[in-house]
Ligand binder design. Sequence first.
Ligand code: UDP
Length: 246
Amino acid sequence: MYKVSRNTVEILGVKIDNLKVGEALERIEQLIEEGRRGAPKYIIKPNTEIVTYAQSDAQFKKILNNADLAPPDGVGLMIGSKLLSSGLSQRVGGPDLTEAILKLAEDKGYSCYFYGAKPKVIEKLSLVLKKRFPKLKIAGLRHGYVEKDESVVVEIKTVKPDILFVALGYPKQEKWIATNLNDFKVPLSIAEGGSFDFISGETKRAPYWMRKLGLEWLFRLIIEPGRIRRQMALPKFLWLIFSKRK
Ligand code: UDP
């Protein structure tokens, strides 16, 4: 086993990896190998909402900072990084990274378990995965509205996936992974956020040009105006960054 030195930056006390998608995928392969042989690994995908929320929840911040990889998600973090001159090179997280990991899993034969999202989303996800990644080993799928999640842990321990994707929304998904990690001993767990909704096609993604311009948030706001309250995290995040710069 060889140790890889991480190139990280800190934004409002949260450690974030500064790397490209290809580097993230290489690191993920190494983490699976390391997780198979030793302590289980986990990935979080920080965005402005997560970093802002972490300011008022020390336990959550600790879970974020103990992650084995934290690729940046969302244009807001890139703006914050520019303001702090911390030099994050590109946005890596989000559904694009999840799709790249699924391709990697299909190619390398890693089995995957999916936990989270609404029942109809997980049904759609199962069909989409079979169509788009026909050779992917699917160890199991469970929606995220079960009353007692102990049964999910039991199932995961039985089917022994290589990668566990958890989409329960923050901070629930990160806390759930941190609590159960050493029990189910999956080599690599990933806190996903809303990726299952996107990959299943349940939530429409912004057109490519909007994504390229970093306007995915605007598209989401147009189709789901109710998200305005959540998107207020961005001005709060920027305010925190400005107060830090003084
Ligand atoms: N979710 C879940 N169980 C819960 C709460 C949320 O499975 O108790 C799912 C939700 O259906 C969605 C995902 O968690 O698929 C992420 O939710 P959210 O929209 O909050 O994520 P975001 O992309 O904004 O981080």
